[in-house]
Design a protein around this ligand. Structure first.
Ligand code: ADP
Ligand code: MG
Length: 331
């Protein structure tokens, strides 16, 4: 069946039927606006990300479920980077009329599966027909105690620069997809990233991170955002970058290029006072998540890149900019 047969309100009813009730939702899908109960003593953090067919995704690359999961993951990742836990979200979708209902069912099952995993409830949205491609816009709301929220602006000279998981995989996965590969670790890191919600919240609640961001534009660009907001510089030890075996096998002669500027890994990049290194290591061991200390915040502005041999590294590209000349895919 095509969406044209189901109709807008048929589709909204179909979406609503699969959304579980939540005690924090006084009014969800079905009225003119949703009514939410805030957790006492917490602030609401709100973030929005768009995914456009042809810019952020290609329908031939993956299945509708993983597109659904990724649509929510990229939003939830921004909440995690503030140390907030996800609570609610809104879903705006523009859909070509000839899209199948089966596609939408798969897409929604991916979104709602990810929502359940991270404790977020769908409370509304907007549905339109698209004369171009598929467009997805999610607005996610999270909560945290105000004093625990982690900003980009708190990094201080001497802080250690840490990153979770591994970097460069998603960009290497995109290169594989463009070559026709449709499976494997790198491809799944591109199509179905894992937002580091537990780590972001735990870092915030332990008061460990002085500044934090999620790696959507690439380590170099995102570290640049922290440095700019904090009024500091950084020195990165490239030998310490966490590169997966699969990435090393695929990256070609320069192992640093994609790891620094590739983006879309949705790992957490954060700064920690050097005396608290042991606590962070313990926290990550408890979460069974890889932790790498990849450099140090400096008073001197600018990001200095030091190779394993102690030389300086000049990146070909700094990261993704939608309106910039940089090659590569969307953030
Ligand atoms: P209005 O015309 O008042 O904006 P709509 O007809 O657009 O209302 O939406 C009806 C209800 O369905 C609203 O509660 C809205 O939040 C919800 N809704 C619409 N589209 C979606 C969607 N894609 N996902 C979840 N809820 C949706
Ligand atoms: Mg509307």
């Amino acid at each position: 069946m095509r969406l044209a047969e189901l109709g807008e309100f048929g589709l909204i009813d179909r979406i609503k039927a699969n959304v579980a009730a939540s005690p924090s939702v006084l009014l969800g899908i079905g009225d003119d606006a949703a009514a939410l109960l805030p957790t006492p003593g917490h602030v609401t953090l709100i973030t929005s990300d768009m995914l456009l067919e042809g810019v952020h995704f290609d329908l031939s690359f993956g299945d509708p479920q993983s597109l659904g999961r990724k649509s929510l993951s990229v939003n939830v990742s921004d909440l995690a980077a503030m140390g907030a836990y996800p609570r609610h979200f809104l879903l705006g979708i523009a859909l070509p009329k000839d899209l199948s209902v089966e596609f939408m069912d798969g897409f929604m099952s991916g979104i709602l599966e990810q929502a359940e995993r991270f404790g977020a409830t769908l409370v509304g949205g907007d549905t339109c027909a698209s004369k171009g491609g598929l467009a997805i816009s999610i607005t996610a709301l999270g909560e945290q105690r105000p004093e625990l929220v982690v900003k980009r602006s708190g990094a201080k000279a001497g802080d250690l620069i840490c990153v979770s998981g591994s970097v460069g995989d998603a960009a290497a996965g995109l290169q594989e997809l463009l070559r026709g590969v449709r499976e494997g670790f790198l491809v799944s890191r591109q199509l179905d990233p894992t937002p580091r919600v537990a780590a972001g919240v735990a870092l915030a609640e332990a008061g460990l991170a002085s500044a934090m961001i999620d790696v959507s534009d690439g380590v170099l660009a995102d570290l640049g955002h922290i440095c700019e907001s904090s009024g500091v510089g950084a020195r990165l030890d490239l030998a310490m970058l966490p590169l997966s075996g699969e990435y090393r096998a695929a990256c070609g002669a320069d192992p640093y290029a994609l790891a620094l500027s590739g983006g879309e890994d949705y790992e957490l990049l954060f700064c920690v006072g050097s005396k608290r290194r042991g606590e962070v290591e313990e926290l990550f061991a408890r979460l069974c998540l890889n932790l790498s200390v990849i450099g140090e915040i400096t008073e001197k502005q600018g990001v200095e890149l030091v190779t394993a041999e102690g030389g300086r590294y000049e990146p070909r590209q700094r990261g993704f900019d939608h309106f910039g000349k940089a090659e590569g895919e969307a953030d």
